[in-house]
Design a protein around this ligand. Structure first.
Ligand SMILES: *[C@@H]1O[C@H](CO)[C@@H](O)[C@H](O)[C@H]1NC(C)=O
Ligand SMILES: *[C@@H]1O[C@H](CO)[C@@H](O)[C@H](O)[C@H]1NC(C)=O
Ligand SMILES: *[C@@H]1O[C@H](CO)[C@@H](O)[C@H](O)[C@H]1NC(C)=O
Ligand SMILES: *[C@@H]1O[C@H](CO)[C@@H](O)[C@H](O)[C@H]1NC(C)=O
Length: 186
């Protein structure tokens, strides 16, 4: 009986501290203790291709009437499957994907409303994800975006992302955005 209580307590200790390898540092993310919780800071690049056969977005709905001169008409809704990499180069290590929708949500100006799941397939973060849901004023050099929940290591995450356009090539339709994300999670 005593033995099984001791075993049980050991199990409890083991479960509580099974993440004793924190701080976990990879080239693009770092998790460390933060009071009774953990804090992960991630830095990665998002690649979108809007033109051509390897396009990462698909127009799935459009409002009428369509103004051919408007490049981002109000009501356009896109489904996206984008690449996340360590660095800004096209051949940089792929660490995950951002999947979800993005729509043109401003009658004046350029604002998108997006709901994207950022899921990772690299290192200890493999299988973990977080979601961003909010307005993205894509022409602003730096945008703050809210993180609303996650899975895996990021289960019950709260936090925010600072997104900064790194490159936008109008000819190739390639947009590269740098992300700095701060997450607080159990
Ligand atoms: C990525 O491409 C650049 C040229 O654009 C090259 O110099 C570099 O060696 C490449 N890196 C890898 C890891 O292939
Ligand atoms: C991520 O996890 C999946 C499923 O467990 C595994 O098949 C895959 O090889 C892992 N990828 C990396 C890069 O560790
Ligand atoms: C992201 O973090 C890097 C390194 O700390 C910093 O140089 C850059 O300004 C940050 N970008 C944003 C948009 O916060
Ligand atoms: C933009 O993309 C086009 C087509 O891929 C390429 O020829 C051009 O060099 C790129 N411009 C810059 C500034 O990288």
């Amino acid at each position: 009986m005593i033995n099984s209580i001791i075993l049980f307590m050991n199990l409890l200790v083991f479960t509580t501290f099974s993440r004793a390898d924190w701080p976990e540092t990879s080239t693009w993310a770092k998790t460390e203790r933060y009071g009774h919780e953990h804090k992960t800071v991630l830095q990665f690049y998002f690649h979108e291709i809007s033109i051509g056969e390897s396009s990462t977005i698909a127009l799935i709905a459009q409002a009428q009437p369509i103004d051919p001169n408007d490049v981002f008409p109000f009501g356009n809704l896109y489904m996206a499957d984008e690449f996340l990499t360590v660095g800004p180069e096209a051949n940089s290590t792929l660490i995950g994907r951002a999947q979800g929708f993005s729509g043109s949500a401003s009658q004046e100006g350029v604002n998108s409303f997006m709901g994207l799941c950022y899921s990772f397939a690299n290192g200890v973060y493999n299988g973990s994800s977080f979601n961003i849901l909010g307005r993205n004023s894509i022409l602003n050099p730096i945008r703050e975006l809210p993180v609303v929940g996650g899975t895996g290591i990021f289960r019950m995450a709260r936090g925010y992302a600072m997104a900064q356009t790194y490159d936008f090539n109008v000819t190739s339709g390639v947009v590269i955005v740098g992300y700095n994300v701060t997450l607080i999670h159990p």
